[in-house]
Design a protein around this ligand. Sequence first.
Ligand code: ATP
Length: 211
Amino acid sequence: MIGIYGGTFDPIHYGHLRTALEVKEAVGLDEVRFVPCRLPPHRAAPEADPERRLRMLEIALQDAEPGFRIDTRELNRPGPSYMVDTLGSIRKEIGARPLCLIVGMDAFLGLPYWHRWRELFDLAHLVVMRRPGTASDVLGELEPYFRERRTDQKGTLSHQPSGSIYFVDVTQLDISATRIREIFKTGKSARYLIPEPLRRFILDQRLYLSS
Ligand code: ATP
């Protein structure tokens, strides 16, 4: 079973890496594909260019958990990086194998703003990373989908190619790429928030110095 972990990764940090590992173990994924987006549709353009964000992913994933991979298809595709296009293209390659799109709770609740969001359920399961103890009230347009598709049975994910919603409780590490960029801008140390070789790369490249 393959998991897709999308993001800007500007830069990748331990919040991404740790949650990816916990989801991999909880769901029993064979592979987690980190998919850096070229142009995020719903937010400001990333600060680091696509080549450097890819390089940072490669550095962070050296000696990584087995099964962690990078998928560059969004970087190679012009225009906004819509997840529905990405999953469609992966689906063509993998046939009927189960596919899980890994998203944070915030991203999940914002799903109705995503391009052609209803089609996502035809292409993948949604695995939602939930902070333990937090509410998971789902309202509005998403609510009927949630009611119909939510499962507590992990087995459902491996027995069908797509269509279910499954929650995984993950350790919430209060780390964000925004905060890490801020740390570099102010000349403080990002040690222990990101892998050390990545920290050195960012310093060498003089990334995130200007706002
Ligand atoms: P930024 O601060 O620039 O918004 P970010 O740290 O949220 O960046 P992204 O690359 O945008 O990083 O994140 C991709 C996905 O990773 C998001 O869907 C988000 O839910 C998840 N994520 C990011 N940081 C964490 C974290 N500390 N714990 C759990 N999930 C996270």
